[in-house]
Ligand binder design. Structure first.
Ligand code: ATP
Length: 357
């Protein structure tokens, strides 16, 4: 099922939770709604589900206006962060619940219910705990059961609100890979809310970046990461170094250095900021004729395959972070306090709105 929201607005009193949001969710795709706390992700999800009504705008399901359709008629399945399974029912009965409460005319037979629940428990790889009760399960198992329960009624849309939010980092990682595999098997149009950028970039087909009730960008993980539409998107998707300066004739003059501004920077002559990811900085030992930004190594932290370097610019004392392969770090044999030269390999330049007003 395709989902489309058009010009959605939602106020809570004076507060604007959603401000003219228009988006398309293609059939069979997994979309992540990503953004900081309070940006309106959950509100948008609830409006799509029919649990909340927008002040303006519409929700289209398969091209038809669903605004007047009741939650039950929208054929959506939900999983929430603290999804309450029925404690007094076995895992089996929890998954069977949605089928048992169907109107008599649509209710499957007992044999069909048993077969369906068995199939779903196999799908989430938990058929071996069918007879247990929820308090006897781990958090990750509970979330998988919650998913099986949502899937039992064969929803045409699956809405997941921070489904793994309450779990520890390792289980979260496992479950998100598992969710991706499950989605590849079932192809149900799915939207999941997260404020974890890594989770969104790893799992989703498309990512919607939201900020203060508005959509900042919609794109594939590759697009939002490599072609960010705004400084907000760039900053939200990973660590970033900022080089403040002035762009003139394709060159960003920042402190005492000049950095070539990339083609995309549609900045003619203005105060601007160069955004550079820590791993997009080349690091060399200082030599008097080396071109780049001269820095002092303040601290090095080498763990696993990468080394993180905390650097201080010599010209303006601003701090910079660089991440280089540990192997290269070993070869450079760097010592704290030593001078180095760094050069951005890739940079995004945006007009510095703050300084141009
Ligand atoms: P989080 O990641 O923290 O869950 P979110 O992006 O999902 O945040 P929403 O839950 O959609 O954000 O809330 C958006 C804004 O609307 C928040 O500032 C919230 O306080 C406000 N809000 C949400 N529901 C209500 C309500 N029923 N009454 C008043 N304000 C509300």
């Amino acid at each position: 099922m395709t989902i489309e929201v058009q010009h959605i607005r939602k106020q809570f009193g004076q507060f604007t939770a959603l401000d003219d949001v228009s988006l398309q969710f293609p059939d069979g795709q997994l979309t992540a709604l990503l953004g900081p706390s309070g940006c309106g992700k959950t509100t948008l999800l609830r409006i799509i589900a029919g649990l909340e009504h927008p002040d303006a705008g519409s929700v289209l399901l398969d091209g038809h206006d669903a605004s007047r359709r009741h939650v039950r008629e929208r054929q959506v399945g939900f999983v929430f962060q603290h999804y309450a399974l029925f404690k007094h029912m076995t895992v089996f009965e929890n998954v069977a619940f949605g089928l048992r409460v169907k109107p008599r005319s649509e209710r499957p037979s007992e044999a069909q219910i048993r077969a369906k629940v068995k199939q779903l428990l196999e799908l989430v790889q938990l058929d071996w705990i069918a007879d247990r009760y929820p308090p006897q399960l781990s958090g990750g198992q509970r979330q998988r059961i919650a998913l099986a329960r949502a899937l039992a009624v064969e929803p045409r849309v699956l809405l997941l609100d921070e489904p793994f939010g309450a779990l520890d980092a390792k289980v979260r990682k496992e479950l998100r890979r598992w969710l991706r595999r499950l989605h590849d098997e079932l192809h149900v149009t799915s939207i999941f809310v997260t404020h974890d950028q890594e989770e969104a970039l790893e799992v989703a087909d498309q990512v919607v970046l939201m900020n203060k009730g508005r959509v900042e960008q919609l794109g594939t993980p590759d697009q939002v990461y490599n072609q960010p539409a705004s400084p907000f998107v760039y900053g939200f998707l990973g660590n970033v170094n900022l080089f403040h300066g002035r762009v003139r004739e394709g060159v960003l003059a920042s402190g005492s250095v000049e950095l070539e501004a990339p083609q995309h920077a549609n900045v003619a002559d203005a105060q601007a900021v160069g955004y550079v990811r820590p791993h997009d900085l080349e690091v060399e030992r200082y030599t008097p004729d080396a071109e780049g930004i001269v820095v002092t190594l303040r601290r090095a932290h080498a763990i696993g395959p990468l080394a993180q370097l905390d650097l201080e610019r010599l010209d303006n004392a601003e701090l910079i972070e660089a991440v280089i392969p540990n192997e290269r770090y070993g070869k450079l044999a760097l010592k704290e306090g030593e001078q180095l030269v760094v050069r951005p390999r890739r940079m995004h330049v945006f007009v510095d709105e703050g300084s141009n007003i």
